[in-house]
Design a protein around this ligand. Sequence first.
Ligand code: NAG
Length: 349
Amino acid sequence: MSPLHPLLPLSILVILSIDIVATASSSSSRFRPGSAVVDNPKLPPPPLSSSKRFEGSSDLVHLRYHMGPVLSSSPIKIYLIWYGKWALSQKILIKDFLSSISADPGTTPSPSVAEWWRTASLYTDQTGANVSRSVVIAGEYSDLRYSLGTHLTRLSIQQVIASAVKSAPLPVDHRNGIYLVLTSGEVIVQDFCRAVCGFHYFTFPSMVGYTLPYAWVGNSGKQCPEVCAYPFAIPGYMGGGGTAALSPPNGDVEVDGMISVIGHELAELSSNPLVNAWYAGEDPTAPTEIGDLCEGLYGSGGGGGYIGAVMKDKEGRSYNLNGKNGRRFLVQWLWSPVLKACAGPNALD
Ligand SMILES: *[C@@H]1O[C@H](CO)[C@@H](O)[C@H](O)[C@H]1NC(C)=O
């Protein structure tokens, strides 16, 4: 959930090693011909997650089930709320990612967004029902006039949802609905950049009239791309170290950066929608969830400043997943309850 936690002082990493560049071998059947170079660049760790990252397999991670529901009703229906002004191209990019989650395998080459979501669908509730593999965009609402202003708190995000369901453009969908609030670049949100890039929770009946799972993710482009659009922007203190930010797969630092945060929040929302299902740690007010455990990790061999082996297209843009409409995305891995490790479909082994 990327909950509140104190920022650790950012340690200055001295990079002594040169970047390791591996090339996909022809025996690596997961990569299609022509899909090119695989590299594992060394970057500073993502600023907000250093306290929570667990690389590779670990018996120390006690991710436990706390008896609550998961999002098992099919399809999971996403109601999108665009808060503030969004470019059409940016909306289309985000919607292409969301509709790639349950894209037909025939339409999307491996490693795909749908294969990435399979890790989320390994989580079950006490009845044995899995997180649904099917995710659709069921409705959209644009709050172009910033109806609650350009400074939002955690609670006023619930009011944004309340106004979207009360003025009735969006239904109250108890059975399958999740509400995804996306704030545009000029909107300041409590704790944004300082402690979180996104979060998920559920609405309160006193605020919204109902208990509905929701997530918020902000566009960090004008505020803190080096924090929330990592690794397409990296902290300034690394600037002189010869490390360059990665080139975003769709040429949009802000929104390509949001996509991984959206993936993180959706996976956690699905496996822990009422914050009483899957999380690690003893403190339910600061749970460590299936996205938190793998933040900053996008491929095999990640950790210690390496993001893991990801692909590069011929323009040098980095990605690890294929999506619908020929799109490519770079999305962090998720914790697998089966492997007890971070997992993604672009794994090299
Ligand atoms: C449901 O989850 C279980 C346990 O992780 C897994 O073995 C099974 O393959 C999953 N089923 C589906 C349809 O994803």
